[in-house]
Write a protein of this length. Structure first.
Ligand code: ZN
Ligand code: ZN
Length: 446
């Protein structure tokens, strides 16, 4: 991986104090202007960092060079950095007097897929994943999050006369496989280090224009459970089906019928999805196999909806097997990632500052279907706000919404490509203001 010659330096511009009135509301307009001035001055280095990370993605728990790069940046800013927390994770602490400890999290990992943008900094990296060679790409925007994380740390250090407390910046591995947050917690994230009083994370989101800051109160992402079903039949010759019990038939029937659990059993106004991602069985055209394995995912926001869906899925699988006079299928549902539930108090505090800074570009949105293991930190007792930032040119979004332009690439699309500068400017400004709003509220003793 290519390295930048020098890590980002603290901007002198920001050290020019922006004096907040004591025990009054934050002067958001002045603070925002100071953040933007600093961002502008430092952007060339942040841009280079982003593009370097984008071009050199690493997969879950393989983020060794990425973590080392971020560790260097944070040490340069004066953070005390501990590496290898949760295998490849980082914890960076900065003490700045009495006050709350606020956590800001980024992810480190990329996806096993081929990038198909024609950006000059597009990834052509390949690696081995589950025994196969694969391309690797930052098609979820975790590279934006990392650059944002470094940019926010830098901005907050530049503003350190304006807040008191402790920053706990963590870089989490393996978000895409839903294992990195838990790995860090198991390796003492909240026991070897201070347990944060509050936490923040952001996510770049396809389909929205840059400049937009989007959030939810309550559930912000879905719960994800794993589904594994093995239909057990009796193999034989494809030309003699009467001597067999055909598990391919059962699998096909199940894949179709299980969708009636979604459309007929679940309340249509409640979110719930079941998708089968892989079907494996058989070896040759004329052999009916002994069994077929289906692996899928179940998504929901509410526990009662989740329970109803799981019951329906199990019943459908058993009924399908019974129809074929087959033995009961093996069904395993593994509880996966929990829903991200934002804390109303943290949201209310940050919302006030973000509204003053972003006006109607700050918008509440409904919960988003993909899951997020940031929920592990929340369920470990860190009241948090997880918000999203838009990534596309506004004209492109307008054209797509009017049906006059191409569809916008979502996260995990091979064409996902945030516009770096305005996306990062919004992210750094929003995250800095959110963190400072909580410090400020604490300082006022509210
Ligand atoms: Zn993702
Ligand atoms: Zn992601």
């Amino acid at each position: 991986m290519k390295r930048l010659a020098t890590p980002l330096l603290v901007s002198a511009a920001l050290c020019v104090a922006v004096v907040l009135p004591a025990h009054a509301d934050m002067d958001v307009a002045r603070l925002k202007a100071a953040i933007e001035t600093s961002f502008e001055a430092d952007y060339p280095k942040l841009d280079a960092l982003y593009k370097e990370l984008h071009a050199n993605p690493e997969l879950a728990f393989q983020e060794v060079k990425t973590a080392a790069r971020l560790a260097a940046e944070m040490r340069e800013l004066g953070f005390e950095v501990t590496e290898k927390v949760g295998r490849t994770g980082l914890v960076a602490i900065y003490n700045n007097g009495d006050g709350p400890t606020i956590m800001v999290r980024t992810e480190l990992d990329a996806l096993p897929m081929e990038e198909k943008t024609d950006l000059p900094y597009a990834s052509r990296v390949k690696t081995t994943w589950n025994g196969k060679e694969t391309f690797v790409a930052h098609s979820c925007g975790h590279d934006i999050h990392m650059a944002n994380w470094v940019g926010t740390a830098k901005t907050l250090i530049g503003l350190k006369e304006q807040w008191q407390g402790t920053l706990m910046f963590i870089a989490q591995p393996a978000e895409e496989v839903g294992a990195g947050a838990m790995a860090m917690l198991r390796e003492g994230l909240f026991t070897r280090f201070p347990k944060p009083d509050f936490g923040f994370a952001l996510h770049a989101i396809g389909g929205f224009a840059h400049g937009a800051v989007l959030y939810t109160v309550g559930a912000g992402s879905s719960a994800a459970d794993g589904l594994y079903i093995k239909f057990r039949g009796r193999g034989g010759h494809g030309a003699v089906p009467q001597a067999t019990i055909d598990p391919v038939m059962m699998a096909a029937r199940f894949v179709v019928d299980v969708q009636s659990v979604i459309s007929r059993e679940k309340d249509p106004s409640e979110f719930g999805v079941v998708s089968i991602g892989t079907i494996q069985g058989g070896t040759a055209a004329n052999i009916i196999p002994d069994d077929v394995v289906l692996v899928g995912t179940i998504r929901s926001f509410k526990p009662e909806v989740r329970a109803r869906m799981i019951a329906g899925i199990e019943r459908t699988a058993k009924a399908v097997a019974a129809m074929s006079n087959a033995p009961e299928p093996l069904i395993t549902i593994t509880e996966g990632i929990k829903a991200v539930i934002n804390d109303p108090g943290v949201v209310a505090t940050a919302e006030k500052a973000l509204k003053a800074a972003f006006g109607d570009k700050l918008r509440p949105i409904p919960p988003v279907a993909p899951s997020e293991d940031y929920s592990e930190f929340i369920s470990s007792g860190v009241p948090s706000m997880f918000f999203r930032i838009g990534v596309h040119e506004p004209e492109r979004v307008a054209a797509a919404r009017a049906g006059e332009g191409p569809p916008l690439p979502a996260n995990h699309s091979p064409l996902f490509a945030p516009v770096p500068k305005p996306t990062l400017q919004t992210g750094v400004t929003a995250m800095t203001l959110a963190v400072m709003s909580v410090f400020e509220q604490h300082a006022q003793g509210k």
